[in-house]
Design a protein around this ligand. Structure first.
Ligand code: ADP
Ligand code: MG
Ligand code: MG
Length: 209
């Protein structure tokens, strides 16, 4: 694994910084087709995670995923809270008692994204965060199984995330609040897809540094 939970305080700091930097733009996206609270919801979760960061740094990955999931579930309201909690709790379930490796993570991550799909009854093409998480999970798994070098894996994952965000622009929203707008949801990228991509980019930067 390129990162241990000891790096969690740095990771969450980097995620906080990117969300703060792009907060206004994300709010505008969620205002255009949602209720405008998305970045605030995530920032609440990030603050809660920061307050537990040293504790999480002392755990192994499976225990860290569980703690992250429970913290996010308690702190974040809105659709994104239960979806991210599902992602992390599923990561706990699928990494427990497995060797700590990028192969284990890539497989667990794809299962976790599948759990998010199930939880939100959504899939790619519905203008949600899944338009980033699904291709990212597939790209990660493929690049890892091809035995690519870490920097190549990171480049490919970041490219998949960017393409995923952009793909949401002309989609019709069929899940979440944006679906209430029907055709008017077209023409704006999805806020949850954008924050997913920003967080992936921040994590990749931390791994590279
Ligand atoms: P809320 O819509 O409850 O205000 P947020 O604003 O925090 O919650 O999150 C909205 C984001 O959640 C959307 O931009 C979209 O990416 C994602 N989302 C909403 N519903 C779903 C769903 N059923 N499956 C996957 N992602 C969803
Ligand atoms: Mg919202
Ligand atoms: Mg809301």
């Amino acid at each position: 694994m390129p990162l241990s939970p000891a790096k969690f305080p740095d990771l969450i700091e980097a995620i906080s910084a990117t969300l703060n930097e792009h907060a206004d733009a994300i709010t505008q996206l969620d205002q255009a087709i949602g209720d405008g609270d998305h970045v605030f919801n995530l920032q609440r979760g990030v603050e809660a995670l920061q307050s537990h960061a040293t504790e999480i740094a002392d755990l192994d990955w499976p225990a860290a995923w569980q703690k992250i999931g429970m913290t996010v579930m308690a702190a974040i309201g809105g659709a994104s809270g239960s979806l991210y909690a599902t992602l992390f709790i599923s990561l706990n379930k699928n990494t427990k008692d497995k060797p700590v490796s990028i192969q284990t993570f890539a497989e667990a991550f794809q299962l976790a994204v599948a759990a998010v799909k199930q939880r939100g009854k959504a899939d790619v093409g519905e203008k949600t965060m899944l338009d980033v998480w699904v291709p990212v999970a597939e790209t990660l798994k493929r690049a890892v199984s091809e035995g690519q070098q870490l920097n190549v894996i990171l480049d490919q994952v970041c490219a998949a995330a960017e393409a995923g965000v952009e793909s949401t622009r002309d989609m019709l929203a069929t899940k979440g609040r944006a679906s209430f707008l029907g055709e008017r949801s077209k023409g704006h990228i999805d806020a949850g897809a954008k924050t997913a991509q920003l967080m992936i980019e921040a994590i990749a930067r931390q791994i590279r540094s």
